[in-house]
Design a protein around this ligand. Structure first.
Ligand code: PMV
Length: 316
C-alpha cells in the first residue's frame, strides 16, 4: 500500500479492560492494522468508501456508521467551519467487530481526513480528533472510557486512566511481540460493560475488589514492560485473565484459547477488550509465537495474528 494520507490505528488492550471504565488504569497498544485514507477526491457531496467493508456511506442518520461519522463531522465543523465535500476512500486492515478497535480507527482516520478539507486549522488538532472520536464511539459503546480512540489516535503504548489529568501518558516502550487470536465473534461492548455494572450493583464489595486487583495488575505490568520483563508481563496476563473471569466477561472459548497458548509455550495469556467472545492475546518467546498461533488455530481460533503491539504512528 502506498503511504496513507491519514490513519487511525487498531488497538489491543494489554491490561485493565472493564476496570478502566471504573477509574482503574489500563495499558493499551496500537497495532499496525488500522483504517487508512488512501485517496481523497473532491466531489459535490461528502461520502465515505471503506474497502473491504464495501460500504459507501454518507454521514447522517439511518445507520450506526452513518451516525458515528455524522458526529465526527459535527465536532470538526463546529470547531473549524464547513468541510469541503469529497469522496474519501479508506482501506481497513483491522477486522471489524473483533474488539481490535475498528470503529475508533475509522473515527480517527475520518476526523484526520476532514481536517484536510477545512479552511481554518484547529489550534490543537489532536485534542479535536480525540473529541470527535469520543463523540463517534458513543454511538457504538454508550459510555466509552476513551482508551480505544486515544490509542487509535496517538499510536504507541498508552497508559490510560479516566478522569486523571492527563488521562493518557504515552510510554516509551518497544513494541511487544504478541499472538492475537479471535476465538469467537465479538460481543456487544455496551452489553458487556452493563454486565459488569450489574455485578457491581449485586456484589459491590467483591466486584470492586476484583476491579481494583485488575488495576493493580495493570500497574505492575507497566513496570514489567518498562523493565522489558516479558515473562513477568505473561504472568500478569494470567492474573488479569483470572480477574476478568471473576467479573464474568470471559467465555469457554477464551479460556480454552488461553490454556492452549500457555501449553504451547506462552509466558501468559488473557482475553483482550470487552470479552464475551472476540479476541485473546498471548505473549511468549519470539520463536514460540508461530507454534502458539498454530495451537490456537487447532483449538478453534477463527483467525490468528502474530504482531507487535505498541507501534508508532506512520503517515498520520
Ligand atoms: O470494545 P473493546 O473490545 O474495544 O473493549 C472496550 C474496553 C472496555 O474497557 C470493555 C470498555 C471501555 O470503554 O473501556
Amino acid at each position: 500500500m502506498t503511504p496513507p494520507l491519514a490513519s487511525g490505528h487498531g488497538k489491543v488492550i494489554l491490561f485493565g479492560e472493564h476496570a478502566v471504565v471504573h477509574g482503574q488504569p489500563a495499558l493499551a497498544a496500537a497495532l499496525d492494522l488500522g483504517v487508512h485514507l488512501t485517496a481523497l477526491t473532491p466531489d459535490d457531496t461528502l461520502s465515505v468508501q471503506i474497502e473491504p467493508w464495501g460500504t459507501l456511506t454518507r454521514p447522517g442518520k439511518g445507520s450506526r456508521m452513518g451516525e458515528a461519522l455524522d458526529r465526527v463531522l459535527g465536532v470538526i465543523e463546529g470547531a473549524c467551519g464547513p468541510v469541503a465535500p469529497a469522496t474519501l476512500h479508506f482501506e481497513a486492515t483491522v477486522p471489524v467487530g473483533a474488539g481490535l478497535g475498528s470503529s475508533a480507527a475509522l473515527a480517527v482516520a475520518f476526523a484526520r481526513a476532514l481536517l484536510m478539507r477545512v479552511a481554518a486549522a484547529p489550534d490543537d488538532p489532536t485534542a479535536l480528533i480525540l473529541q470527535a472520536a469520543d463523540a463517534s464511539e458513543r454511538v457504538f459503546h454508550g459510555n466509552p472510557s476513551g482508551v480505544d480512540h486515544t490509542t487509535s489516535a496517538l499510536g504507541g503504548l498508552i497508559d490510560f486512566r479516566r478522569h486523571r489529568d492527563p488521562a493518557f501518558i504515552p510510554l516509551d516502550i518497544a513494541p511487544v511481540p504478541l499472538v492475537i487470536a479471535q476465538m469467537a465473534p465479538g460481543a456487544d461492548t455496551g452489553k458487556m460493560v452493563a454486565g459488569v455494572r450489574a455485578l457491581l450493583d449485586a456484589e459491590p464489595t467483591l466486584a470492586a475488589d476484583a476491579l481494583e486487583l485488575l488495576g493493580a495488575v495493570a500497574d505492575a505490568a507497566r513496570q514489567a514492560l518498562l523493565d522489558g520483563d516479558l515473562p513477568r508481563v505473561g504472568r500478569l496476563m494470567d492474573m488479569a485473565h483470572g480477574g476478568l473471569m471473576t467479573i464474568g466477561v470471559s467465555t469457554a472459548d477464551l479460556d480454552r484459547g488461553c490454556h492452549a497458548a500457555r501449553k504451547a509455550g506462552a509466558w501468559g495469556a488473557k482475553l483482550t477488550g470487552a470479552g464475551g467472545g472476540g479476541c485473546m492475546i498471548a505473549v511468549g518467546p519470539q520463536e514460540r509465537l508461530p507454534a502458539i498461533a498454530k495451537a490456537l488455530k487447532a483449538t478453534g481460533a477463527l483467525q490468528t495474528l502474530i504482531t507487535r503491539a505498541g507501534v508508532q504512528p506512520h503517515g498520520a
